[in-house]
Ligand binder design. Structure first.
Ligand code: F6P
Length: 335
């Protein structure tokens, strides 16, 4: 009788025992949802999960705590990051990087998940090169990270901005005033231009496109002559200061103008459902890929799929360019 060939059971054997997670750089809403997913997916896979406090600074200063499923209870709906975050200059030095990597190895950590923006992903890649596998998760309200359609925190920030502009429109229309609204984004006008479209603001000034204030003033005057007596001018922080622009409008055409700098208000608040889901998917995918030996990668969203891109490719690509469709659309919708 012929022996029956039984199919070999395919089971990924998880040799990894301990991973760590940190949030770094500017915080954003959805980081807590992501931490919750990392911790719970890690524990469910039989891993120890260590939470590093205050980003890379905490790695250097050995600020960490073991995570239990209860450590991440009741944080899903909160903005910010319960592990806290920091911008860490020391990580850019050779001694800082070495200390951070040695501390990780000393804790018995075999894989690290870094949640943050471009600088944080660079820090993560540097640690990866020191021999600790790292998976990056893009988190930055600026939406300036390449190889992901969207980063954590962007949707919540946009909702914050649009809510603010809705409120401003009420008071602007009650007083025949123009408002200049300054939005975050040092190098990237994504938040400004998308919020312009979504709020029905009149103008958006972004670092990616030159603008002419004379043209804007002439247009404002024309609009007022036609009976439209209030306007919202959105400006990304990298394209100008709200105060300067308001002063120039007043000097050129004498319009009563008020300003608001939305600042860090944009970054906080309860995450939207979109950011909670994105955080859950990114967090789970990061753990799964660490276990599967895919260190040195960033998880991102392309279309509806979670995809992996090498961290070195993400870093080399630099700031994600704005899709020109957005500024075009914002201009077309200006009535
Ligand atoms: O990178 C995110 C961001 O919110 C930028 O839009 C902004 O310019 C910057 O962080 C502000 O940084 P900080 O919180 O350190 O003042």
């Amino acid at each position: 009788m012929q022996p029956t060939m039984l199919p070999i059971a395919r089971k990924v054997i998880n040799y990894m025992k301990r991973i760590a997670v940190l949030t770094s750089g500017g915080d954003c809403s959805g980081m807590n949802a992501t931490l919750r997913a990392v911790v719970r997916a890690g524990l469910a896979s039989g891993l120890d999960v260590i939470g590093i406090q205050k980003g890379f600074q905490g790695l250097i200063d050995r600020l960490y705590e073991p995570m239990t499923t209860r450590s991440v209870s009741n944080i899903l709906q909160r903005g910010g990051t319960f592990l806290q975050s920091a911008r860490c200059k020391e990580m850019r030095t050779e001694s800082g990087l070495r200390l951070a990597s040695e501390n990780l190895k000393g804790m018995g950590v075999e894989g690290l998940i870094v949640i943050g923006g471009d600088g944080s992903l660079q820090g993560g890649y540097a640690i990866h090169q020191q021999g600790v596998p790292v998976i990056g998760i893009p988190g930055s309200i600026d939406n300036d990270i390449s190889f992901t359609d969207v980063s954590l925190g962007v949707d919540t920030a946009l909702n914050n901005i649009v809510r603010a502009v809705d409120n401003l429109k009420d008071t602007a229309s009650s007083h025949d005033r123009a408002f200049v609204v300054e939005v975050m984004g040092r190098n990237c006008g994504y938040l400004t231009v998308v919020a312009t479209i979504a709020s029905g603001a009149e103008y958006s000034l972004i670092p990616e496109e030159p603008y002419d204030l004379d043209d804007i003033c002439n247009d404002l005057r024309k609009r007022y002559q036609e009976g439209r007596t209030n306007s919202i001018i959105m400006v990304a922080e990298g394209a100008g200061k709200a105060e300067d622009i308001a002063n120039q409008i007043k000097d050129r055409i004498g319009f009563e103008t008020r300003i608001i700098v939305l600042g860090h208000y944009q970054r906080g608040g309860s995450p939207t459902v979109y950011d909670r889901l994105l955080g859950a998917r990114f967090g789970q995918a990061a753990v799964e890929n660490l276990i599967n030996g895919n260190g040195g990668m960033m998880v991102g969203l392309q279309g509806s799929k979670i995809v992996l891109t090498e961290l070195k490719t993400v870093i080399a690509a630099g700031i994600r360019p704005i899709n020109p469709m957005f500024p075009r659309l914002a201009n077309q919708l200006l009535a």
